[in-house]
Design a protein around this ligand. Structure first.
Ligand code: ZN
Ligand code: ZN
Length: 401
């Protein structure tokens, strides 16, 4: 890129505001930055730096997903948190801090686990997703959700003084799942016992890292986001690796896996104005039967749901409705005799009387989620958009305030 001194000279006559130096970049499009909706998953070491960069660059439509509260040990790697914030939710403090950095920004905090509490509607709402996570399970889920909704996502990972940033664009494999090897799958499978109850998660946030490497990798993540929305070349399908010891950095190429389960994008997304609390499974199925012009329709859920625990010893049954993975192993034991109970799951509905009256918000699935209707080769994804106002209350247009 050439140095253009004439721009600097002309600057003396131009109105100086917060973003005037950014506008000097020849391809910079302020309106794109302002109008791009960014879903940031994780408000830890990487997430803090990602959010700081988004605020400084002028991004104005942001949602932050994080389940955890701030601990004192986070403070050495979190520019948005203060000592007085210890004990508060990361997502909420991060949103407040972003407001302070960028008063024009609308920031929606979501105190939520991305695996169980975030509907596919959030991915549909966003233009791109930026992750600052420390586990494969959440990355894999984001990868599949992003592909389904056709949204690019940017991943970052750090350990010690090393890190990696990568960009995954739906429709342009390799994707994140393509990069997983045998060791990754073994770690992923360890989390779930054979009867689909979850083992304790590895202690989160204990990865040894520094604020310097999170700053470097989050810097690359957000810079890739800026390039992506301007249509400039990105790391799509590749990874940027930074080794801090010798300041070696290089780009790795990945190979597409022909058996990859992630490569599916919804062709037809119908946004329903109703809320999950207003629709039963049967009502949604009837709607899908009409739209598809067929009676044999299957409604698939966004994720598998445990709906029953049965004790083989005392025969007691418990109705549950909770996402697979969200029920811990000890919760699966019979409260009477301690026996491991049999888990019954469901992942679709095709008209059985048993669950037809059940409202969509009583299935153990998150609000603002999608249900996929299939009949033969045809498929329609129904987004329960009536939930959006509830889930993204802060991100609603100002006239609603
Ligand atoms: Zn893939
Ligand atoms: Zn029992």
């Amino acid at each position: 890129m050439s140095f253009r001194p004439e721009v600097t000279v002309a600057q003396s006559e131009v109105h100086e505001d917060r973003f005037s130096r950014l506008r000097l970049i020849p391809w910079w499009d302020e309106h794109r930055i302002q109008n791009t909706r960014v879903l940031v998953v994780g408000a830890g070491a990487l997430g803090n730096e990602v959010l700081k960069n988004l605020a400084l660059l002028g991004f104005q439509k942001i949602a932050i997903v994080d389940l955890d509260r701030i601990e004192e040990s986070n403070l050495s790697r979190a520019v948005l948190y203060r000592t007085s914030d210890v004990g508060r939710f990361k997502a909420e403090v991060a949103a407040d801090a972003m407001h302070a950095l960028s008063p024009q920004a609308t920031v929606q905090p979501l105190v939520a686990n991305v695996l169980y509490d975030c509907g596919l509607g959030l991915f549909h709402w966003s233009d791109l997703i930026i992750a600052g996570l420390d586990n494969r399970e959440a990355r894999l889920w984001i990868n599949r959700a992003a592909w389904k909704m056709g949204k690019p996502w940017i991943d970052g990972a750090i350990e010690g003084i090393n890190g990696i940033a990568r960009v995954f664009v739906p429709g342009a494999p390799p994707c994140y799942e393509c990069t997983l090897g045998e060791t990754d799958w073994a770690i992923l499978e360890r989390r779930m016992s054979c009867n689909l109850l979850a083992r304790e998660e590895e202690p989160a946030g204990r990865v040894p890292t520094t604020p310097t490497i999170s700053s470097i990798i989050a810097g690359v993540e957000v810079q890739e986001a800026v390039k992506l929305i301007h249509g400039l070349p990105t790391l799509s399908g590749r990874g940027y690796i930074f080794e801090g010891l010798n300041h070696t950095s290089y780009v790795v190429e990945y190979t597409q896996n022909s058996d990859c389960m992630s490569h599916h994008s919804f062709e037809e997304i119908v946004q329903l104005p109703q809320r999950s609390a207003e629709l039963t499974l049967l009502a949604l199925l009837e709607r899908a039967r009409q739209d598809l012009g067929q009676y044999e329709v299957v409604l698939e859920f966004s994720r598998d749901v445990i709906y029953k625990l049965s004790c083989p010893l005392c025969q007691e049954e418990q109705e549950l409705f909770a996402a697979v993975g969200s029920v811990r192993y000890d919760q699966g034991l019979c409260p009477r005799d301690g026996r491991v109970r049999v888990v019954t799951t469901m992942h679709n509905y095709s008209g059985e009387a048993e669950h037809g009256d059940r409202k969509l918000d009583a299935l153990g699935l998150p609000l603002f989620d999608a249900f996929i209707a299939r009949a033969g080769e045809r498929e329609i994804a129904y987004l329960i958009s009536g939930d959006e106002r509830h889930v993204l209350a802060a991100a609603q247009p100002r006239w609603e305030a």
